[in-house]
Design a protein around this ligand. Structure first.
Ligand SMILES: Cc1cc2nc3c(=O)[nH]c(=O)nc-3n(C[C@H](O)[C@H](O)[C@H](O)COP(=O)(O)O)c2cc1C
Length: 288
């Protein structure tokens, strides 16, 4: 079967990919295998540097990863590994860096110097403007309903608002799962940023219990709380109950966003990218 037709946008041109689908960085979930499968299907995935237990393991991954589009997520706040992980990113000339929780200025300077791209993830206008001043290439608008650390503003408002106010390309994050969502995202911004939908791929590191809970959960089971990490994030209610008994955040207290509504089976990541692109084309043709 041939791949769906390309979907060119400002973001695909910037990253040299076929579809404006960015598979979001997910702590303890994203893997090198996921990055590879997504890239081979014509999209791009991002991995948190902290998914590798040590800086050495992270650097070894960078050395071994093939010449494909991929991204690394650097957490800027309270991250003792930031400086050395950034050095390794610069050495490997990682094509895309996504920053979260902090000032992207120093990262922009280093990454732009070798021709890499920097996206800053933001939940509101104040941080978006700061990131724009620092010279980021695009903003990830993390809206209400996103997995992980999520915002409070509806994606319908957040993405086009940040785009109008900053003039930067915007990736829509929060609640995207299907080709219809991608179509909507391209009406509001320049690409879709998908997290939750890719947790139940065979390439992810999510364990069986996590997957089962996703398949059974609906959006009403997603709870927004700052009790787990100090920053407001979305978690699955049944696993959140375990937190009170001392379960480990992210590892045993499972994060997911409202997109759980559409996670009902395991699909290989590459096939999922193509399915979303195909659904996009069909949905677009079917618009009134
Ligand atoms: C399990 C999980 C872990 C996450 N970990 C991170 C992370 O380490 N760094 C980060 O920038 N975002 C993280 N996120 C947020 C995602 O990058 C992205 O913003 C979000 O998943 C998009 O919303 P969606 O889940 O509705 O698709 C995480 C999300 C999930 C579901």
């Amino acid at each position: 079967m041939s791949a769906p037709a390309p979907i060119p946008t400002a973001i695909t041109r910037m990253l040299g990919i076929r579809y404006p689908i960015v598979v979001a960085p997910m702590f303890l979930v994203s893997t090198p295998a996921l990055l590879r499968a997504v890239a081979e299907a014509g999209a791009i995935a991002v991995i948190p540097s902290l998914n590798f237990r040590t800086h050495r393991a992270f650097a070894a991954f960078l050395e071994a990863f093939p010449e494909l589009p991929f991204g690394v997520n650097l957490i800027l706040k309270d991250n003792p590994r930031l400086a050395e992980d950034l050095e390794a990113v610069v050495r490997r000339r990682v094509p895309l860096v996504v920053t979260s929780l902090g000032d992207p200025g120093p990262v922009v300077e280093r990454v732009r110097a070798y021709g890499g791209r920097v996206f800053a993830d933001v939940v509101g206008l104040r941080h978006a403007k700061k990131a724009a001043e620092r010279g980021v290439d695009a903003l990830v608008a993390v809206a209400a309903g996103a997995g992980g650390h999520a915002g409070r503003v509806s994606p319908f408002v957040l993405a086009p608002w940040l785009k109008e106010e900053t003039g930067l390309p915007v990736l829509v994050a929060g609640g995207l799962a299907t080709g219809r969502h991608l179509l909507a995202a391209l009406a509001l911004g320049d690409a879709g940023y998908f997290g939750t939908r890719f947790i139940a791929t065979p390439e992810s590191a999510a364990d069986e219990a996590y997957r089962r809970m996703l398949f059974e959960a609906g959006p009403e089971d997603v709870v927004y709380t700052d009790a787990v990490t100090g920053v407001p994030a979305n978690f699955l209610a049944p696993s959140l109950e375990r937190f009170r008994q001392g379960a480990k955040p992210w590892k045993e207290v499972y994060s997911a966003g409202h997109a759980v509504a559409f996670v009902r089976e395991t699909i290989p990541a590459g096939a999922l990218v193509h399915r979303i692109a195909e659904e996009y084309h069909r949905a677009k043709a079917g618009l009134p």
